[in-house]
Design a protein around this ligand. Structure first.
Ligand code: FES
Length: 93
């Protein structure tokens, strides 16, 4: 069974379960969070977010990133429990 990680989003009461094999952007969409996006390949930079705690693997630009840092939701996969701050997102109530 694949290990799951938890996701805490600043300003959101719910705690989400993350699949380490899928991007943060894909999973946020399923959680009902309307994150702005365009290219989905790490180029346009519109999906940037702040990593406040934890580690992600970012496919492009390729890097393993540990908080505190900025990262792209569309190319990043969780590598640990995470806390993030979204910048350009609408969260459904
Ligand atoms: S959607 Fe363009 S960098 Fe993520």
């Amino acid at each position: 069974m694949t290990e799951r990680f938890t996701l805490v989003i600043n300003g959101v009461a719910a705690v989400f379960q993350l699949d380490p094999d899928r991007t943060l952007l894909e999973q946020l969409t399923e959680f009902g969070i309307n994150q702005r996006r365009a290219c989905r390949n790490g180029v346009c930079q519109i999906c940037d977010a702040e990593l406040l705690a934890g580690t992600v693997f970012q496919r492009y630009p390729r890097a393993e990133l540990t908080a505190p840092t900025m990262f792209y939701l569309c190319t990043s996969y969780p590598k640990s429990d995470l806390r993030i701050r979204l910048i350009r997102a609408v969260i459904a109530e």
